[in-house]
Design a binder for this molecule. Structure first.
Ligand SMILES: [Fe+2]
Length: 211
């Protein structure tokens, strides 16, 4: 009897020892390994000051691009009216393109040794794009709001493109010019054309030329 219970005890402790080893170690909190604003320099043959300057420019563009990305999703969900279907699809297409851009900018910040802004509260504190209402807006107001947001981002992008070229941070410059500026410009075209006030079914008789 005593021997049986001893064996049982061994089996139980073996079982619990095995389980302990496969249990996740939860609630682990410690100091951050890199505070925001500090640089963890990588060997990419760029001066620390150059990296710091580019990181600062990129984090502002990142916060505004994340806001613009989310503005597209808001409008995708809240679209209304006769152009619902096409705008619903277009807004989501632009959302996905901004999502890709945001990832490229954030990862550029990390490879420059910086820390990318990531969370919504930090984005909200940093962005220069005016906060939209929580409620729904009419399609022309949605479109205008998007164009204004794009222009804020494009202005920052052009300044950052010039400064990074001067500082010879060509990797960042290429991302800004080839990817960020061109994506934003193309999206502006697609959005702005919706605000050209042309008739849908009948031409304006005033524009018909006499023969
Ligand atoms: Fe959707």
């Amino acid at each position: 009897m005593a021997r049986e219970s001893a064996q049982q005890h061994v089996r139980q402790s073996e079982n619990s020892a095995g389980a302990e080893r496969s249990e996740p170690v939860l609630h682990q909190h410690t100091r951050e390994i890199q505070p925001f604003g500090r640089i963890a320099k990588l060997p990419i043959a760029l001066a620390e000051k150059t990296c710091l300057d580019s990181i600062e420019l990129l984090n502002q563009i990142l916060a505004d691009s994340m806001t613009l990305r989310d503005l597209y999703k808001k409008h995708h969900w809240q679209a209304a009216g006769g152009t619902f279907y096409q705008l619903h699809l277009l807004f989501d297409k632009h959302f996905n393109e901004q999502l890709e851009l945001v990832d490229a900018i954030a990862e550029r910040i990390q490879l420059l040794g910086g820390i990318s802004i990531a969370m919504a509260a930090d984005v909200a504190e940093t962005t220069m794009i005016p906060r939209p209402p929580r409620g729904r807006e009419e399609a022309p107001a949605q479109l205008s709001r998007l164009l204004e947001a794009h222009e804020i981002v494009l202005k920052e992008l052009r300044t950052a493109a010039r400064l990074t070229a001067e500082a010879e941070d060509y990797g960042t410059n290429d991302l800004l010019v080839s990817q960020a500026i061109r994506t934003n410009e193309l999206q502006v075209w697609f959005i702005a054309e919706h605000l050209v006030d042309v008739p849908l079914a009948r031409v304006d008789s005033g524009t018909v030329s006499a023969r």
